[in-house]
Design a protein around this ligand. Structure first.
Ligand SMILES: [Cu+2]
Length: 195
């Protein structure tokens, strides 16, 4: 008989209404499933983090943002693109509210390029669309990205971390020229395409 198959607690309730105990049991079941999934995801994150030795996307190199302008690597005279003894180039930029210096970075194509950036104030973003270049620029740290451009042309370089009221206007560019058109630079010469 149908009467005997029904849950004992449901017996006196109208059809379709679950007794409280059964609702609690169902809820507990789903909480257990959810905690299980959460635990599994945590394990995946920790295990892949350890086995793949994941670390922040940039090299962890610190710098005092209050003395950048006084000298050292990010002094104004050292910004722009430099030629390294091995033929590669290093472009150094400073990000601040609301501009990148230099506003136009000149680099040669088919040449290893190392970008080194830091911020004087808040977190900014360094992104070159359709390339693998994308990093945060955090005050107190030097962000480093390596890439090689195979296509010449002008890449727009928008700040992609909201950095304040002028964020939308924080835009610079990177101009990639054929390697033979890139100026020959001595060890202490820097170049850029900023006007
Ligand atoms: Cu910014």
């Amino acid at each position: 008989m149908a009467e005997t198959e029904t849950h004992p607690l449901r017996r006196r309730l109208p059809d379709g209404i679950m007794p409280e105990e059964e609702i609690t049991r169902t809820e507990n079941r789903w909480v257990a499933v959810m905690l299980g999934m959460l635990g599994l995801m945590m394990v995946v994150i920790v295990v892949t983090g350890i086995t793949d030795s994941l670390h922040p996307p940039s090299n962890v190199e610190t710098i005092d943002p209050t003395t950048l302008h006084l000298g050292g690597e990010f002094a104004e005279s050292n910004l722009g693109t430099a030629r390294e003894p091995d033929g590669s180039v290093t472009a150094r930029l400073v990000a601040d509210q609301y501009a990148f210096v230099p506003s136009c970075t000149l680099v040669p194509a088919d040449t290893p390029v190392k970008f080194r950036l830091t911020s004087t104030d808040v977190i900014h973003g360094f992104l070159l669309p359709v390339t693998n270049v994308n990093t945060m620029v955090v005050p107190g740290y030097i962000a480093e990205v390596r890439t090689t451009f195979t296509r010449t042309g002008v890449y727009s370089m928008p700040c992609n971390e909201f950095c304040g009221s002028g964020h939308h206007g924080m835009l610079a560019k990177v101009e990639v020229v054929p390697a033979e058109q890139f100026p020959t630079l001595t060890a202490d010469e820097r170049t850029s395409c900023a006007k």
